[in-house]
Design a protein around this ligand. Structure first.
Ligand SMILES: *Cc1c(COP(=O)(O)O)cnc(C)c1O
Length: 399
């Protein structure tokens, strides 16, 4: 075989192995908008319990209309990076609106939160500094840290004693930054930001949080995990996405002190060398932030739905990871059970995702439910009835 043929044969072999191990991820094709109810390309209607559509905005008419309006006014795109000729008034407006929403001084936009995390460490920290990172932080944080020369310290997930140990180990470094997801999406675990901020103050460290699963709905007015834990104004750097609760299209941001954001505008590579966020997305995101600043209605409905689902699913007899976040891991423990369960739920008209090793630890297989403000009580009752039925059929619930 030629070298080139070897290359392609190698890929085919690896893909085959993924399939055999049940780790190959097929893509489900939707023929409809995103929403509490979606239509598959096979024409089936499904209640969707696996989108990051926490506030139910993704498929909303008024959000789409705001994108259309901004597109009409500002055009389809800029064909430029921000600093050459790609900054419009709408981008500056959105940066101000995000800063105001989060309680920060300034904000810089990216094409995605993956880029925000990829471009936040290298411009701000070097070999004299230390990054102290939760072991379960998102892939984009891990990649961003890899691009930076700072010394790396990892603390056991959500373990404040180990965080303190690592802060001590990093004590001879110039600047130290503690990095954590505000909310961890696999378990719905909320980072203990009150304790993290206290440790940061004690050891002279900065704090960076990734708010992708929090912005728009965590905390009494939906500002995020910092509001939830009463440390608004005490977080140095916040990264987040426009692609989940805040409308669901795409786009990311980093927010913080003026000198941080200004430095990123000068030096952050995914910002300098990648195209401007489309004006339509900027316009829709602005409309979303305006709405969320006026009323907590969507955030309140999401938390009501979450509390209802968490209570009822336990009453039926399932085991969940305790908590308050709209990510609800329903534990099935064994991988084949989780696979069969998700497949049966699909037949019963409910879309949810199964997770098993190596995505979660061995013996911790589960289906993950994600609540949305768009779910009606009737839809949740239909989903709960399907859980009860599938659980009984598969012998998970004892009758
Ligand atoms: C989804 C997610 C990202 C990536 O966000 P995009 O805007 O889709 O790139 C980054 N961090 C966390 C914690 C996420 O959940």
């Amino acid at each position: 075989m030629s070298e080139q043929a070897n290359f392609y044969a190698g890929l085919r072999h690896n893909l085959e192995q993924l399939r055999e191990q049940g780790l190959y991820k097929p893509e489900r094709v939707l023929a409809s908008r995103q929403g509490a109810e979606v239509t598959g390309d096979d024409g089936r209607t499904l209640i969707n319990m696996c989108a990051n559509n926490y506030l139910g905005l993704s498929g909303q008419e008024w959000v789409a209309q705001a994108a259309i309006d901004a597109t009409e006014q500002y055009g389809y795109g800029l064909s430029s990076v921000r600093f050459i000729c790609g900054t419009q008034t709408i981008h500056k407006q959105l940066e101000r609106a995000i800063s105001q929403f989060l309680g920060t001084e300034d904000t810089i936009l990216y094409a995605a939160a993956f880029d925000a995390n990829g471009g936040v460490f290298e411009p701000l920290f070097d070999e004299n500094d230390a990054i102290i990172s939760d072991a379960l932080n998102h892939a984009s944080i891990i990649d961003g840290i890899r691009l930076c020369k700072a010394a790396r310290f990892r603390y056991a997930h959500n373990d404040m004693a180990d965080l303190e140990t690592q802060l001590k180990a990093a004590s001879d470094k110039r600047h130290k930054v503690i990095v954590t997801d505000g909310v961890f999406s696999m378990d719905g675990t909320i980072a203990q930001l009150d304790k993290i901020v206290a440790l940061a103050e004690q050891y002279g460290a900065l704090v960076l949080i990734d708010e992708c699963h929090a912005s728009g709905f965590m905390g009494p007015t939906g500002r995020g995990t910092h509001e939830h834990h009463g440390v608004l104004g005490k977080i140095d750097i916040i990264t987040g996405t426009l692609g989940k609760a805040l409308g669901g299209a795409m786009g990311g941001f980093t927010s913080g002190r003026k000198e941080v954001i200004d430095t990123l505008r000068q030096k952050s590579r995914p910002y300098l060398f990648s195209n401007t966020l489309a004006p339509g997305i900027a316009g829709a995101s602005l409309a979303v932030l305006r709405k969320l600043s006026e009323s907590t209605e969507l955030r309140d409905r999401l938390h009501e739905n979450t509390a209802y689902f968490r209570r009822e699913i336990e009453r039926i007899g399932f085991t969940i990871k305790p908590g308050t976040h709209p990510v609800v891991p329903v534990m099935l423990f064994e991988a084949p059970v989780a696979q069969k369960f998700a497949a049966r739920m699909y037949e019963l008209g409910v879309l949810l995702s199964g997770f098993f090793y190596p995505v979660v630890p061995m013996g911790q297989a589960r289906v993950r439910v994600q609540l949305s403000a768009a779910h009606t009580r009737e839809q949740l009752d239909t989903v709960l009835a399907a859980f009860e039925r599938a659980g009984t059929e598969l012998g998970i619930l004892k009758v």
